[in-house]
Structure formats: structure tokens, C-alpha cells
Design a protein. Structure first.
Length: 255
């Protein structure tokens, strides 16, 4: 069950993705932070908005033993964020999507769930398609795919079996062949730039460093999403237990 992944972060790919997301955003908030050496106190004190959305979503799924309720997620996020939850941007939908990628369900069930959770605030083609592709890429990586480009291609094929991904137009080509595009702050450019940093890096730290060097504008979510890709791929949960345990209180959710 997925909640067992959340409760045992040192044992699962989900912990690596969640940790990577949080550490990525932390670096954007505090450029002097070394992700590999950050203390739990530093992480807790500086949790970004996107990480709070992520953890609230994760906590709700965990509390329902892997079942997903949009109303329950909405209520949990509201408890965590208050009125600021109402200002969620289209790109911030991705923060709600990451925990869903680790649900023990078939692809079609995953895509239907992702669609429902994305549509809580944004039901545009871009929001739904990019959310589904993001979840499927994470799933491919979590299942052990080591070819980064193949993981993206397989995700697009899977989503294409449910939706017309051609609706993304030129942005689909940029997702399949990530390049340094303009950071418009929308969900598509966020995903494309995160993939650009991930696919052109060789480690978790170099992925985040590339985001620091190559991405302009509002970058917190791009750092977080690229960190989630790199976290799963480079198996942050494979680090020594004493290193992973630094983040256990954060990964286990909000108190």
C-alpha cells in the first residue's frame, strides 16, 4: 500500500521523490542551502508553499490508507494553507500530483485520479495533460526505468491512450525533447524546464545546480519538480540511513 511507502521513507522510491521535491524547493528558497547537508530544523522552518501543498495531500492520502478524496484533500490543504490555498496557480497543481504517482493502481485508474485532483482548481487541457504526464514519468522512474528519455516517451504514450496529447501542440515536442524554454510560470513551461534540468544532469545535486544556473524567473516549483525526478532516479532513499533519517519527520507529513 502507498501509505506504507510514506511511513518507511528509507525503503521506497516514493520517499526519494517526496524528499527531492522538498529539497529542490528549499534550495530555491535558500540558495546557500546544501541539500545534502540540510538539517530537519532548517527544512521545517523554511517549508515552501509547494511543499506544504505536497505534504497536505500526502497526509490526507495516508490517513485514508491510500484512498483519494478530492474533498478531503481540499480540506486538508485549506487547513495547512488557509486562504492562500485559493490562489493556487495552474503550475502548482503539480504539487498535489506527486503523491498520486505512487498509488498501487493501474494506469487508467491513476490517470482518472490525477485528472480529478488537477481539476479541483484547474481543468484546462494543459493542466490535466501535464499533470498526467508528470505522474506517469515519476511512475516509470519509480518502477526502475533508467533511460530518462524513454521514461518520458512511455509516459506520453500511456497518457495518449487516454487523452489526445496532441492538444499540447508544440509543448508536447518540448516535453519529449526538453530544451531551455522561456519560463512563463505556467504548468507546461514548469514541466519542460524541470525535465530539461533532469535530463541534462548526472546527479541530484547537479540537477538542482543546473536549475540554479539555467532557469530565470520564478523558480521554486521548477526546482521542486526537477528535484522529484532526480530524487526518484538517483534513489535518495539509497543514501545512508543516518542521512535519510534527517528528513524523516518532514517526509512523514505535517504534525
Amino acid at each position: 500500500m502507498c501509505f506504507e511507502y510514506f511511513l518507511k521513507p528509507q525503503l521506497s522510491p516514493s520517499a526519494s521523490g517526496l524528499m527531492g521535491f522538498i529539497l529542490g524547493e528549499q534550495t530555491a528558497l535558500n540558495p546557500s542551502l546544501n541539500p545534502s547537508k540540510a538539517s530537519p530544523d532548517a527544512l521545517n522552518q523554511a517549508l515552501g508553499l509547494n511543499s506544504k501543498i505536497l505534504l497536505a495531500t500526502m497526509k490526507e492520502i495516508e490517513s485514508r490508507h491510500g484512498l483519494v478524496s478530492c474533498d478531503a484533500i481540499r480540506n486538508q490543504i485549506h487547513l495547512a494553507l488557509g486562504d492562500s490555498e485559493k490562489n493556487c496557480t495552474e503550475a502548482q497543481v503539480l504539487a498535489r500530483i506527486l503523491p498520486l504517482a505512487f498509488l498501487p493502481v493501474y494506469d487508467i485508474q491513476l490517470l482518472n485520479t490525477v485528472t480529478d485532483v488537477a481539476a479541483m482548481t484547474h481543468s484546462t487541457n494543459n493542466a490535466v495533460l501535464c499533470s498526467c504526464i508528470y505522474a506517469e514519468i515519476i511512475r516509470q522512474l519509480a518502477q526502475g526505468e533508467r533511460n530518462k528519455q524513454k521514461a518520458v516517451e512511455m509516459a506520453a504514450i500511456t497518457v495518449g491512450g487516454r487523452y489526445s496529447v496532441a492538444a499540447l501542440g508544440e509543448q508536447l515536442d518540448q516535453i519529449l525533447n526538453p530544451e531551455k524554454v522561456g519560463n512563463n510560470g505556467d504548468i507546461a513551461s514548469t514541466l519542460i524546464l524541470a525535465l530539461y534540468c533532469f535530463e541534462n544532469s548526472k546527479s541530484f545535486d547537479s540537477c538542482i545546480h543546473m536549475a540554479v544556473q539555467d532557469v530565470a524567473g520564478e523558480r521554486k516549483l521548477i526546482f521542486a519538480v526537477s528535484g522529484s525526478f532526480a530524487g526518484v532516479y538517483h534513489k535518495l532513499h539509497g543514501r545512508p540511513i543516518q542521512d535519510v533519517s534527517r528528513y524523516e519527520t518532514v517526509i512523514n507529513g505535517l504534525d
